[in-house]
Write a protein that binds this ligand. Structure first.
Ligand SMILES: Cc1ncc(COP(=O)(O)O)c(C=O)c1O
Length: 352
């Protein structure tokens, strides 16, 4: 830290991203990326791109992908906001709806929520998950507070039914309820279906996971035109050209190919169930997750030891050194062959 850093940031602990090794080829099951390439239209859009166009700024309205996303959800482009990854969308939402107000979220969830709150000086109420790692909706029945929930929840993968989300929305008529659906396409139900009825709802999604574009950095929000206008107020006060020219094209192409999207999601779901069954057979406790990852623990090997031994064998998973989940590892669902390799390595580790 330099002596020039604002004292307000002196205590800020930044987010720690998962390892992105640049020097060794791993079976990479640690940051919930897709094992599959983006839709064929994405490669075509990339091939058609002209480097000379990069001298021009990108479209600040992001019209092309917003139209494609609106068509996909049966919404209007005014209902859609585009960001540089959903991390940026969430950061804008925290600034737009959280500043000067309290925000509530679970103790075990996406770590960026507490980082954004600290960065923007937003007071928080951190709500413990139940003993089974579930979200109890009644814990969020506190009008006057903004709510942010990942659904399925990050780290656990557990899903909250739409009826529970609706219950929270009904008790917060004058507060924003942000539902982060980074993992919804792997078997969850999107709260986008509730948008027409609840102007206090903001749905945040990403093209990083189910549309294979983590490296292009594209996230989105769905909400009422007024709420989307609020996000634009923050965006146009920060970085009007927040999504680059190439990514705008790639995002539009990815969203248009429904058949490829459905096929990739179906493969991930099938391999998630295959992996969960395999781990259970080896004696693991596996949370019944609906995401493209599983949270699992074994009585005979600590989360840290299992993570380290897998890494020695060339398989990267994620271990969180945090109180309630230290005994677990989070395993991203890769290809079928990768999941078979994980199960084989795990059997070896347990046999040693
Ligand atoms: C719950 C959740 N929300 C948002 C994100 C951010 O994704 P991105 O910025 O790649 O869109 C992640 C990434 O892992 C996540 O787990």
């Amino acid at each position: 830290m330099s002596r020039f850093l604002s004292p307000k940031l002196a205590d800020l602990t930044p987010y720690t991203p998962g390892e992105q090794p640049q020097n060794r080829q791993y079976i990479k099951l640690n940051t919930n990326e897709s094992p599959y390439p983006p839709a064929p239209g994405v490669a075509a859009a990339l091939a058609a791109a002209d480097a000379a166009d990069l001298r021009l700024y990108s479209d600040p309205e992001a019209a092309k992908p917003r139209a494609a996303i609106a068509a996909y959800y049966g919404l209007k482009p005014e209902n859609v906001f585009l960001g540089n990854g959903s991390d940026e969308v969430l950061a804008f939402a925290f600034q737009a709806f959280g500043r000067g107000r309290q925000m509530a979220f679970p103790d075990v969830t996406y770590a960026f929520y507490s980082v954004f709150a600290a960065l923007f000086g937003i007071p928080t109420r951190v709500v413990p998950l139940t003993a089974d790692f579930a979200i109890d909706p009644a814990d969020y029945y506190r009008p006057g507070e903004q709510v942010v929930l990942a659904n399925p929840n990050a780290i656990t993968g557990l899903e909250l039914p739409l009826t529970a989300i609706e219950g929270i929305l009904q008790r917060h008529p004058d507060d924003m309820v942000i539902i982060d659906e980074a993992y919804v396409d792997f078997g969850g139900q999107s709260a986008a279906a509730l948008l027409a009825e609840y102007p206090n709802l903001l749905v945040v999604q990403t093209l990083s996971k189910s549309r294979q574009l983590a490296g292009a950095r594209v996230g989105l929000a769905l909400g009422s035109p007024e709420v989307i206008a609020d996000l634009n107020t923050v965006k146009f006060s920060f970085n009007p050209y927040n999504v680059n020219r190439l990514s705008l094209e790639l995002a539009a192409a990815a969203v248009k190919d429904k058949a490829y999207f459905n096929a990739c999601c179906a493969k991930i779901i099938a391999d998630r169930e295959f992996t969960a069954a395999g781990l259970k057979k080896l004696g693991f406790r596996v949370l019944p997750g609906k995401a493209n990852f599983l949270l699992a623990r074994h009585d005979k090997v600590s989360g840290e030891a299992y993570y380290k031994q897998l890494k020695e064998r060339g398989i990267l998973v994620r271990w969180f050194d945090e109180p309630r989940i230290r005994d677990f590892v989070r395993i991203t669902i890769g290809s079928h062959a990768e999941m078979q390799a994980l199960l084989d390595a795990t059997a070896q580790i347990l046999a040693e």
